[in-house]
Design a protein around this ligand. Structure first.
Ligand code: NAD
Ligand code: DAU
Length: 356
């Protein structure tokens, strides 16, 4: 068994679904179900004994200790976090608590749990920390892409909290010998992403004929990776990564935000021809995000060279699948927008008695 934290969020849920589609090793999924946690996304696993869901907080040391002692996982894959930069600007406290204190709590629990394993168990144990390229700071137009050796220069409360958590993970390896691995990935997109992030927000707003807000001049650049490619990279790092190492994960897909928005609009024009005019008519330039990082780019040569990982999707294939998924899953979108997804756990999971 592996323990996944944050497995009801966007990347964590995609990871759980992909893992159990190709593998019978069970997952213990610990997630607090904040606004970003959506168990409806995992509806297909309801009643599946390979997926044990526990609603709980990674800051709750007694709970984490009890779960480790009861379920004896061979690894922890740590996704749980507050993840949205705009929210971190308006309310940084939750980011420090979950991303820093929560990671600290998991590291301490993992250290104690591993100490109680036999020698083979201690050797095999892994703590895989999922992090972000935002810890490296912002690039100028001609700067080289972020390599693993790049200094940390986080600029937002979100990226500062993730940087702090990365440093804790590093220190628990160097000081206590915990077999940790860290991945620093670029912007993910794909099915099941909460519509606060750029791509799903543009899709659901366009479908509702609402404005498409583009921050600043729209020329900020991100590197985009289809979520199942990130999940595949995580599986490779977990299976064959070297403890203590970090791996940058990216899609070699640098795009300006405005180009992303036009691509989404063009796909919707094609896939939803009944719309009243081109979707691009909804684009509106709005005030910039404070401290908005200009450009991120990932140098993914280390994971490609050492672990043989490569993205399977191009941006063109991935964005088409993504737009189609949102068109095909209007109920999921409606439930997220109405807040009904938060009632789903009570009706479908808690009643079944899944949990600790
Ligand atoms: P998300 O916001 O969609 O999901 C986060 C999940 O964590 C939610 O299910 C939420 O309920 C859970 N959670 C939050 N606080 C918790 C707590 N205290 N205890 C237990 N669970 C808690 O996030 P995401 O986009 O899926 O990102 C997952 C991880 O990947 C994060 O660590 C993020 O920093 C990292 N990451 C994200 C991206 C991206 O583009 N989304 C890119 C690189 C790295
Ligand atoms: O780089 C990895 C990071 O990518 C992850 O670590 C974060 O968890 C994830 O949220 C994401 O951060 P970004 O800030 O890059 O993603 P977001 O989707 O919020 O914004 C992408 C770009 O689009 C960014 O330059 C801001 C811009 N934007 C965003 C929104 C929501 C807009 O122009 N309009 C918008 O409405």
């Amino acid at each position: 068994m592996i323990l996944v934290t944050g497995g009801a969020g966007f990347i964590g849920a995609n990871f759980v679904l992909d893992w159990l589609a190709g593998n019978d090793e069970p997952i213990l999924n610990l997630d607090l179900l904040t606004y970003a946690g959506n168990l409806e996304t995992l509806a297909s696993l309801s009643g599946d004994p390979r997926h044990v869901f526990v609603q709980g907080d990674i800051c709750d040391r007694a709970l984490v200790d009890r779960l480790l002692a009861t379920h004896r996982p061979r690894a922890i894959v740590h996704f749980a976090a507050e993840s949205h930069v705009d929210r971190s600007i308006h309310g940084p406290g939750d980011f420090v608590r979950t991303n820093v204190e929560g990671t600290f709590t998991l590291l301490e629990a993992a250290r104690a749990y591993r100490a109680g394993l036999d020698a083979a168990g201690q050797d095999a144990f892994r703590f895989l920390h999922i992090s972000t390229d935002e810890v490296y700071g912002s690039l100028g137009a001609g700067d080289p892409a972020f390599a693993e050796t790049k200094t940390y220069e986080p600029n937002s409360p979100y990226s500062a909290s993730k940087a702090a958590s990365d440093h804790l993970v590093r220190a628990w390896h160097h000081t206590y010998g915990l077999p940790v691995l860290t991945t620093n990935c670029s912007n993910n997109y794909g099915p099941r992403q909460f519509p606060e992030k750029l791509i799903p927000l543009m899709i659901v707003n366009a479908l509702a004929d609402k404005p498409l807000p583009v921050y600043g001049d729209g020329l900020n650049v991100r590197d985009w990776l289809y979520v199942s490619d990130h999940c595949a990279a995580i599986r490779e790092v977990l299976a064959r990564g070297t403890p203590g190492e970090t791996y940058n994960v990216g899609g070699w897909n640098e795009k300006a935000n405005i180009d992303i928005v036009h691509t989404v609009c063009a796909l919707l024009d094609e896939l939803r021809p009944s719309a009243p005019g081109s979707h691009a008519r909804l684009i509106r330039y709005v005030a910039d995000r404070p401290g908005h990082d200009r450009r991120y780019a990932i140098d993914a040569r280390k994971i490609e060279r050492e672990l043989g990982w490569r993205p399977a999707e191009t941006f063109e294939s991935g964005i088409r699948k993504t737009v189609q998924w949102y068109l095909d899953n209007s109920q999921w979108v409606a439930d997220v927008q109405s807040g009904a997804y938060r009632e789903w756990v009570a009706a479908n999971y808690a009643a079944r008695g899944q949990g600790t």
